[in-house]
Design a protein around this ligand. Structure first.
Ligand SMILES: Nc1ncnc2c1ncn2[C@@H]1O[C@H](COP(=O)(O)OP(=O)(O)OP(=O)(O)O)[C@@H](O)[C@H]1O
Ligand SMILES: [Mg+2]
Length: 358
């Protein structure tokens, strides 16, 4: 297995920006995810690692070996493409065997390795089927087997679950993670689905418009987003404008639009947040941390009028008007009576769950 390093990598397409200054070190055996909205540069970055694009500037290394302009078939990476790119007129066996034939592996060894792969992805007995006779999920597993059969040092997966239904997506997510742990293979995964990224990855790189926004563990990215974009892209959050009114030791006091003062912890701040009296800050408050409070008063308890009440069975979600802002909250259903639109509600925002996003 191998580590992957991108050193100040840029890619331009004519005058159009593809990606700009990607600088990452992915550890050997790590499950690393590129996450971001459509067009942010995920596929472009992955293709440079596979060798299908060469960077306009910067360097790529696998371990200590520089591979920046080495062609794809000499890189020992296995790739599952965004649209699978299987050969529709060929059988499952022929598709999986393709990479071995290109590498002139003997017939006997090819047969042995392809069969081992079909077993691994649970497609035993499907060798003679044509690709167009398979379901989407089966095709996805053929693509995975085709990438793995060459025993790549690095596995590159570009939105491999995008064509699957919800149930199959979950199963295959588990399958990919199982294979990755079993083989200990360095895996780079591309998705625009934050839940997928959070549940599978050791670390995530969040991208926007060709630029890296943040690199961190799922926990860091969720709880310590470096800016508004990351905070809102990773799960739901309330972003409130506030003004710092005072700092006492570890405690930061901020005034929100209703005029009320909330208290937070100084260490819950992104590097961009200016925590000094009079400064404007953005608060990020996750809906699941806001809880209905039977008492309408107390530290960090706000009151407002319910704008939207949603009962999903397991959860009760509210949108509440608090001053000029709306507060989304999400609580486990504890059997309390659900408030209705127009009702007054008290909500508690714990000190430790206020994050100063900048
Ligand atoms: N071959 C190309 N020629 C010109 N521009 C390109 C080319 N490939 C990608 N781009 C541009 O580079 C940017 C990044 O594209 P990329 O395919 O990497 O996005 P992505 O994050 O994978 O998006 P998606 O989630 O839609 O797959 C886009 O603006 C895209 O239009
Ligand atoms: Mg893409």
């Amino acid at each position: 297995m191998s580590s992957v390093t991108l050193e100040h990598v840029h890619k331009r397409f004519g005058t159009a920006k593809g990606v700009e200054d990607v600088h990452i070190h992915i550890e050997s055996g790590e499950f690393f995810t590129f996450l971001g909205p459509s067009g942010c540069g995920k596929t472009t970055t992955l293709r440079m690692i596979a060798g299908f694009y060469y960077p306009s500037a910067g360097q790529i290394r696998f371990g200590n070996q520089e591979v920046t302009s080495v062609p794809p078939h000499k890189r020992n990476t296995g790739m599952v493409f965004q649209n699978y790119a299987l050969f529709p007129h060929m059988t499952v066996f022929e598709n999986i065997a393709f990479g071995l034939q290109v590498r002139s592996v003997s017939k006997a060894e090819t047969k042995e390795r392809v069969e081992r792969m079909m077993k691994l992805v649970r497609l035993e007995g499907y060798g003679d089927r044509r690709i167009d006779q398979l379901s989407g999920g089966q095709q996805q597993r053929v693509a995975l087997a085709r990438a793995l059969v060459i025993e790549p040092q690095i596995l590159l997966l570009d939105e491999p679950l995008s064509n699957l239904d919800a149930k199959l997506r979950e199963e295959t997510r588990f399958e990919i993670k199982r294979l990755q742990l079993e083989l200990g293979i360095t895996t780079i995964y591309v998705t625009h689905d934050q839940a997928e990224a959070m549940s599978m990855s050791d670390r995530i790189m969040v991208m926007q418009s060709g630029e890296v926004q943040q690199i961190g563990t799922p926990h860091e990215i969720y709880h310590r987003p470096v800016n508004r974009f990351v905070a809102s892209f990773i799960g739901e959050t309330n972003l409130w404008d506030a003004t710092v009114v005072g700092i006492e030791g570890d405690e930061v006091q901020v005034r929100i639009s209703s005029g009320q003062v909330l208290r937070g912890h100084k260490q819950n701040a992104s590097p961009q947040a200016k925590l000094a009296a009079g400064e404007k800050v953005t608060l990020s408050i996750r809906p699941e941390s806001v809880q209905e409070s039977p008492a309408a008063e107390g530290v960090n308890t706000v009151t407002g009028s319910v704008v939207l009440a949603e009962f999903t069975g397991a959860c009760v979600n509210y949108v509440t008007q608090v001053g000029d802002e709306q507060l989304r909250s999400m609580s486990i259903n504890l059997g309390r009576q659900v408030k209705q639109r127009g009702d007054t509600i008290g909500l508690h925002i714990p000190k430790e769950s206020i994050y100063f996003a900048g």
